[in-house]
Design a protein around this ligand. Structure first.
Ligand SMILES: Cc1cc2nc3c(=O)[nH]c(=O)nc-3n(C[C@H](O)[C@H](O)[C@H](O)COP(=O)(O)OP(=O)(O)OC[C@H]3O[C@@H](n4cnc5c(N)ncnc54)[C@H](O)[C@@H]3O)c2cc1C
Length: 393
């Protein structure tokens, strides 16, 4: 069936309207929002960007990221679930998995029977994944994995995770491989972060997991052995765009909230929207929105062009760079927009009972995961200075 962008937008809107009260209740109770998956299932959003052959809707990057931007308005938590499940979960399986692997995971993921996650980060390997210590050995027909992955979105609710590791004896060589690991495998243990230990996103699931001699069938290798670094970096292009799109949604919501509140709230004898310094905040949020929207759209269009010409290295390079630029810009713009919306709300803004306060604490992580501000700035600087000026290799 041909992809229908209007139907995706309608279903996304219906999902967002239904998820909002559930998210607000979960936030007030500071507990995991267990309604995201069932509602996403109800509106057939769990395979938005998965090819129809594997049970998805087959959305292109532009329409997928429009949907994520709409979902982003409901909060960084809700959008992060989709990033973990689709942008960095299903995407590498669809892009580098064998036909058998795609059939094994993607239809179930699109139906919502399998939640996915992506495990690259380790306690001692964050900005530099080469420093990971997870290892694998070949055994019989498959592999055996050992290691710890840390701060993994959906990690405690996933049925399968993408996990990366070195062949035993080759740690530090950069020659990592990527596997799809079932979380019910013997020796796999996940532990979710306590809600009180988080500064934001209390309604999300973030977890660490340990693999002790976890047996993985040979068919669960992504690409070929040694492809892991390429797969991780390629997946981050998709992941960074999803974060950027979600942050655009955060900005849109902050703008809507600031407009509505400032037109209603009166101080010094008039609506605060009539005070020029309040208008300064609103003008800045609007500029955050306009600039972010064009950067996300441009990066998504390039992602689509690159996907249409998979052998074109220059298109791939541009898609990678535009995604990094969009992610760096929009995450900082969303932080600025949330901060300004909090200021417009005054004392109420400081409370997480109101949307700007929740956006502010939740969106902060977007400047850390999927490439920190610093790593992205170094990448962007190297793109204009030239490869020989790269601050790190
Ligand atoms: C809520 C949440 C969800 C996450 N979800 C996932 C997930 O689903 N999957 C996953 O694999 N990971 C996930 N992460 C992990 C995230 O990607 C890492 O936290 C991030 O990459 C940074 O790594 P780190 O925390 O080890 O920080 P570090 O790498 O230790 O960095 C600490 C600081 O040093 C700076 N720094 C490091 N190296 C350099 C350098 N060369 N030059 C300049 N500055 C540098 C960094 O920018 C940062 O400011 C998640 C994290 C959080 C908080």
């Amino acid at each position: 069936m041909a992809f229908d962008p209007v139907k995706l937008a309608e279903d996304t809107e219906a999902f967002c309207q239904e998820v909002r009260p559930a998210e607000e209740l979960a936030y007030a109770e500071r507990k995991f929002n267990d309604q995201v998956v069932p509602l996403a299932k109800k509106y057939n959003l769990l395979g938005m960007n998965v090819h129809p052959e594997y049970g998805g809707r087959g959305a292109d990057a532009v329409n997928y990221f429009k949907a994520l931007a709409r979902i982003g308005r409901e909060g960084t938590t809700v959008r992060t679930f989709f990033s973990g499940h689709l942008s960095i979960g299903a995407y590498p399986i669809q892009t580098w998995g064998s036909e058998r692997l795609k059939q094994k995971y993607l239809p179930a993921a699109s139906r919502g029977d399998k939640v996915l996650a992506f495990g690259l980060t380790e306690p001692d390997a964050g900005s530099n994944p080469r420093e990971m210590t997870t290892t694998y050995t070949k055994k019989g027909d498959g592999y055996v994995l050992n290691g710890v992955k840390y701060l993994i979105s959906n990690g405690g609710i996933a049925h399968a995770v993408i996990a990366f590791g070195y062949p035993e004896g080759e740690v530090g060589t950069g020659r990592i491989s990527a596997f799809v690991v079932d979380t019910d495998a013997k020796g796999f243990e996940a532990e979710s972060f306590a809600v009180n230990a988080k500064m934001g996103m209390p309604t999300s699931n973030t977890a660490m997991f340990e693999m002790h001699d976890v047996a993985v069938p040979a068919e669960n290798l992504l690409g070929t052995e040694g492809d892991g670094f390429r797969i991780a970096l390629g997946t981050l292009v998709s992941g960074r765009l999803s974060v950027a799109a979600g942050c655009l949604g955060v900005i849109e919501d902050c703008l809507a909230e600031a407009i509505e509140y400032s037109k209603m709230r009166k101080q010094h004898g008039k609506e605060i929207a009539r005070h020029q310094l309040v208008q300064d905040h609103i003008a800045h949020i609007e500029m955050d929105r306009v600039a972010s929207e064009s950067m996300v759209l441009r990066a998504a269009e390039m992602k689509d062009r690159s996907a249409a010409e998979p052998g074109d290295k220059e298109l791939l390079r541009q898609a990678d760079l535009l995604a990094a630029q969009a992610k760096f810009f929009t995450t900082n713009a969303a932080w600025d927009a949330a901060d300004r919306a909090v200021q417009v709300f005054g004392g109420r803004g400081w409370s997480t009972l109101y949307r700007p306060g929740r956006h502010l604490t939740d969106v902060r992580v977007c400047r850390i995961y999927e490439g920190t501000d610093e790593i992205l700035k170094l990448k962007i600087a190297a793109s204009v200075l030239g490869k020989e000026w790269e601050a790190f290799k």
